[in-house]
Design a protein around this ligand. Sequence first.
Ligand SMILES: Nc1ncnc2c1ncn2[C@@H]1O[C@H](COP(=O)(O)OP(=O)(O)OP(=O)(O)O)[C@@H](O)[C@H]1O
Ligand SMILES: [Mg+2]
Length: 282
Amino acid sequence: MKVIEVRGLSFTYSGQDKPSLRDINFEVGEGEFVLISGPSGGGKSTLCRCINGLIPHFYEGELRGEVYVDGLPTSKTPTHILSQHVGMVFQNPQNQLFSLNVESDVAFALENLGLPREEIRDRVDEALALMGIEDLADRSPVELSGGQQQKVALASILALRPKVIMLDEPTSFLDPMSAMNLVELVDRLRRKLGLTILMVEHRIDLIAPRADRLAVIYEGQILYDGPPRDFFEKYDGHLYGVSVPKLARLSKEMARHLEWPGVILDIDEFERVVRLIAGHRL
Ligand SMILES: Nc1ncnc2c1ncn2[C@@H]1O[C@H](COP(=O)(O)OP(=O)(O)OP(=O)(O)O)[C@@H](O)[C@H]1O
Ligand SMILES: [Mg+2]
């Protein structure tokens, strides 16, 4: 089942003469993990804003085409309704946290929806448990590490029980270890809850092995949409603002000298193939 459908989408911000998105057609099935990449200014964040309804509800401009999330037309659906279907985690977690303690931050949107007190309690407990941050419930968000803050931001979204979670460069402010933890956690949640994930990221090494698809957005258009390994097989990622994973580079080099099965992005698979080839040569 399609949970996101984008048809003939173009958008020009007010005051700009060039469109930031041009005739985008894009679909995402339930439970898919899509990695979005491409050069700075290509239109990745703009596409996310069209999917979560910030465009056209908060940003002014000229919008053409249609976007449906979970069957709802985003331009005609109020954002408080959309937020129960699609949640968004941003680059800087500090911009999303504003309450005195973690628990009230996670409860905030639920209170705004006017849910009964017991239901809020249940959902907050569930979200904190899913993120493994029950011990942070009484802490002040501003005192937490970047990785912990990103988990609180994600818990606040999970509490709304959306089908789709979009993350726009969620690891930019994190150290490599916290970035890896966050990506693993998101992938585990996807499997456990059947969530659909759209993640804009430049750390391709980390995410490509887990993603079902890579979408490359370049000058407002979708340049590529398909399996991550095929992109690196066919294109020189650098030319399109996509950082090339080290394993992709190594794979291509291996294929020049050995019987190598093309681009491999997963380190365990890479190791298995090396062992297999080394075994044949002994
Ligand atoms: N609020 C805005 N008002 C006017 N123009 C904007 C606005 N936000 C983005 N743009 C323009 O839209 C185009 C696409 O920007 P967008 O932020 O979507 O790119 P991006 O791919 O997310 O880039 P980055 O990797 O730097 O985050 C750019 O030309 C940018 O200048
Ligand atoms: Mg962006």
